[in-house]
Design a protein. Sequence first.
Length: 603
Amino acid sequence: MHIQVTNSPFDQKQADLLNQLLPTLTDSQKNWISGYLAASAASTPGAAAAEVPAQAAVQTISKNVTILYGSQTGNAQGLAQAGGKTLKEKGFEVTVASMNDFKPNQLKKIQNLLIVVSTHGEGDPPDNALSLHEFLHGKRAPKLEDLNYSVLSLGDSSYEFFCQTGKEFDSKLEELGGKRLHPRVDCDLDYDEPAAEWLEGVINGLLGLQGSDASVPDSSAATPAAVTNYSRTNPFHAEILESINLNGRGSNKETTHIELSLEGSGLSFEPGDSLGIYPNNDPALADLIISEMNWAPDEMVTVNKQGDVRSLKDALTSFYEITVLTKPLLEQAAQITGCQDLKELLSPGREAELKEYLTGRDLLDLLRDFGPWAVPAQEILSVLRKIPARLYSIASSLAANPDEVHVTIGAVRYESHGRARNGVCSILCAERLQPGDSLPVYIQPNQNFKLPANPETPIIMVGPGTGIAPFRSFMQEREEKEAEGKSWLFFGDQHFVTDFLYQTEWQKWMKDGLLTKMDVAFSRDTKEKVYVQHRMLERSRELFNWLQEGAAVYVCGDERNMAHDVHNALLEIIQKEGGLSQEKAEEYLAQMQQDKRYQRDVY
């Protein structure tokens, strides 16, 4: 667009200045100027409304902001709620809601939308984001030309489809006509700083639309506020009170039951929440890495932007992730080392080979395969991620065990690429920690996995293996609160004699009548392997009757196989016993999910 003196209200000097300026402006800068001019015109006595450009006038009308979150573990929800608090402090009218609680047909009425969403599994939306995701990608999705939006995406770069759900929401909203307030930000596991920067950018965009010159808050205001001083970024060091192997002699498994003291922490939780644990790496693996690179273990290195200094051995043991490889890590390593072989592995056309290489290998493998490099330790460390916390479903009720929290952790050991591998946190707890030692912990609320508000509502719990953990919490809570609703457990593992986790407790609850029904499946005790979904299908008629009575279904455990099999079993039961088509059965289950009667804590 070129402004001419003949068809504009500007003189030649003004037109020349505008023609120099306008081509250099970004879309967000143009929005800011139009909003500023609209606000200025509206505040000038006697200003004619007709003189305000229509688009600018629309953009200054609303200070309403809607924040929708899709969250599986609670991180996205925490960021959404904290962001909402910050925006309210800036004078905006804010609505924060789960995508599952939002009516998609209201999208046309929203002017400012913020999406905070995680990616689950292999690029899938979280359970509570499914309905909105499907709506936007379906034929009924509306045109959204009046929408201003921005997306904050949470993910894990060790997965192939990193932040995929956020990317899909972002591109679809653009396709439907929405305009970005601020570019999408994709966060890895250590998300605090990028999330804070995203919120600052969003606020700048919103203030620009409002024609405001108000200051942007500190980054610190964008991080989730904790009820106590202890949080994900400031964990409590909880003393181990008890550590017990739940499996019997001769079992193929080792499942550690750990009881931790929360005394003096001020931390509280509800059944269904998770405990975050920050583990240390195996010191032996750190030694092998140091030896491979001919480093000095006592060399001092800086580990963060705050300038904290530690010995190299301590940094590799207690600060950096060294057991997982990601594509961004390899890309940065190739850049700082100039390693040609590594650059070739990352080249276009070798994606399948790269994916195979990343699977089941760690930092030591990378150094042995492509190193050693004549690069200072500090530079190599600079491309590593911080050790992420491990989340475990809490296996106890705070009402039944005041000042304590219990978790159930299955030991992970396996062979990969010619080396024995261990789970970082699970083997730390199984082998290197004893009662009296402590673990850095925090509470991760999970509003997507909660007991029914009505204690008389029947519950069906499906939790094979360590998936039984939250249901121990459920039962302790119901026992403490004297809840009268029926309860039904489906549990499975390998062998009845050695692998029936918390067996005596479940049998006591059955005897006392708190647990109404229990069906178990021990896959290695029968000629044909029997799993929890098979037991569900065997009880098809009665299970459907429970659903018709309003029972809530809870599933906890392995997502890759078990959760899908259980989901399909539920669909088969609903279709068969309800006399419904497959499509109607899927609608029935989707409605249960919408009503929070079908909840999953899967990993």
